[in-house]
Ligand binder design. Structure first.
Ligand code: GLN
Length: 308
């Protein structure tokens, strides 16, 4: 690849970013500058444009590099999300393969992972006085694993856990499996359909970023989402609660006493879920905490299973 000669006109990375930024702007592509920077730095083998040194920015690109940038930029011109254009994206400290239509993990969901990890370490007790130091080893079920971002991050942070990652879409389970193979610490993970869940017995943690968008809000989503992502991963029905209710029922039957559910939800959902649990005491679930996302919106629910 490196042996390809530079094209006519000695085009540099900076030229390419400027050129494609303009093309994107002219064509109404959102985040024109970020998009062109991501594409050019990706082709140059860098994570971010800001990490390219001045030599890389000003060395003429090879013809092959120019062609690759052009090919990827044309995909972006079709409003393809940059995560699918590049075919990979970072989530916490993992780089995960991305491909349509599997849901692209959003940055706020990284905090959902941290909440689970914190709670599991806390449950394990303040370990300073114990030897060997106790490590959490929960059985965790992720409902709707998509690309595997949550499940694989949890495995990384809680390497003694067993994670069952589940999704109704085979394309998602396949991508989770591929992403799991990228990281070798995954041999405690299992991917299965809901039918197989009962084989697993009591579960310590259920975690999910379910589809929670109110159906009437779906139409106003960006073209990037509407044209490329699996809308079933976003559409939570009339009140955004369709899958949330299913997960609560699942939690009620599968969770150990004192087991936890961690959910990402719409800011309107905390009070709706609280009400739902009050009018369904038979579920034996209690809302323990509501956590905000980095924009200050109530976004994550911590629910716990009570004893009967
Ligand atoms: N936060 C996502 C979005 O607005 C929605 C995620 C979801 O429905 N789980 O695109």
């Amino acid at each position: 690849r490196q042996s390809c000669s530079a094209g006519p006109g000695l085009v540099t990375a900076t030229d390419m970013v400027n050129y494609w930024q303009k093309v994107f702007e002219t064509n109404g592509i959102p985040e024109a500058q970020e998009s062109s920077q991501y594409i050019v730095s990706f082709v140059l083998g860098a994570k971010t444009f800001q990490s390219l040194d001045s030599k890389s920015l000003h060395t003429p690109l090879t013809v092959l590099q120019q062609e690759q940038i052009q090919q990827l930029s044309h995909k972006r011109l079709q409003r393809m999300p940059v995560q699918y254009v590049l075919g990979e994206w970072d989530f916490q400290d993992l780089t995960l393969k991305m491909r349509p239509p599997v849901f692209i993990p959003r940055p706020e969901t990284e905090d959902l992972v941290s909440l689970v990890v914190e709670e599991e370490f806390q449950k394990c007790g303040n370990s300073a006085l114990c030897f060997p130091v106790p490590v959490p080893h929960p059985v965790i079920l992720e409902v709707g694993c998509g690309s595997g971002a949550i499940a694989l991050s949890l495995l990384r942070k809680l390497p003694q856990s067993r994670v069952i990652a589940m999704d109704k879409e085979e394309a998602a389970v396949d991508l989770t499996r591929e992403n799991a193979h990228r990281y070798k610490n995954t041999y405690y993970s299992f991917f299965c359909s809901a039918k197989q869940l009962l084989l697993w017995g009591p579960i310590d943690v259920i975690v999910s970023n379910p589809p929670y968008i109110f159906h009437e809000d779906m139409a106003s989503l960006d073209a990037e989402i509407l044209c490329y992502e699996d809308l079933d991963a976003l559409d939570g029905g009339d009140d955004g609660m369709k899958v949330i209710k299913t997960i609560l029922a699942l939690a009620s039957s599968l969770l150990k006493v004192s087991g936890n559910v961690f959910l990402e939800v719409d800011p309107r959902h905390p009070s709706m879920v609280e009400h739902w649990l009050q009018v369904h005491p038979d579920l034996l679930l209690t809302l323990r905490a509501i956590h905000k996302d980095f924009c200050g919106k109530p976004r994550f629910l911590h629910i716990q299973k009570q004893s009967s």
